[in-house]
Design a protein around this ligand. Sequence first.
Ligand SMILES: [Zn+2]
Length: 128
Amino acid sequence: MDAMALLTEARAAGLKVNAVGDRLRVRGPAILEPLAVRLLDAKTEILAALRDEQDVVIPPPESCRMCRSGHFWRYAGGRFICNLCHPCPCPELVVEKITLAATIPSAMAALLEAHGWEPCSANFWSNR
Ligand SMILES: [Zn+2]
C-alpha cells in the first residue's frame, strides 16, 4: 500500500496525522493503534506524502461569509479556515496563512480589537 493510501485510510478511520518538523505525529483513539503503528513504520514515506500535500496549491477564499474577515489559515491539504470564526488551535499545524486585502474596514478592525480580537502577528502570515 502506498503512503498516500495509508494516510487516507488513517484519516478516514479518525486518526490525525501531521508532520512536526521531521517527526510524524499521529493522534486518535487507542483502538486505532495498529493503524497508527503502520503509519509510524512507514514514517519516511508518510512524511514525504505530507510534504506533497503541502505543495498542492489551494485557491484563496473569498472573505468569510459569516464575519467578512479576510484572515485565513489552513492545515496541510486543507481548505482555508476563517481565523476570526475558527482561530487556529495549534499554530504548529498551520501550513499557510493569508490575509485578503482590505476585507475588514479599519474602523471595524479597531472595534474588534477593542473587544479582544488579536490578529496574528505579521510575520506569521505568509502571503500578505
Ligand atoms: Zn469568519
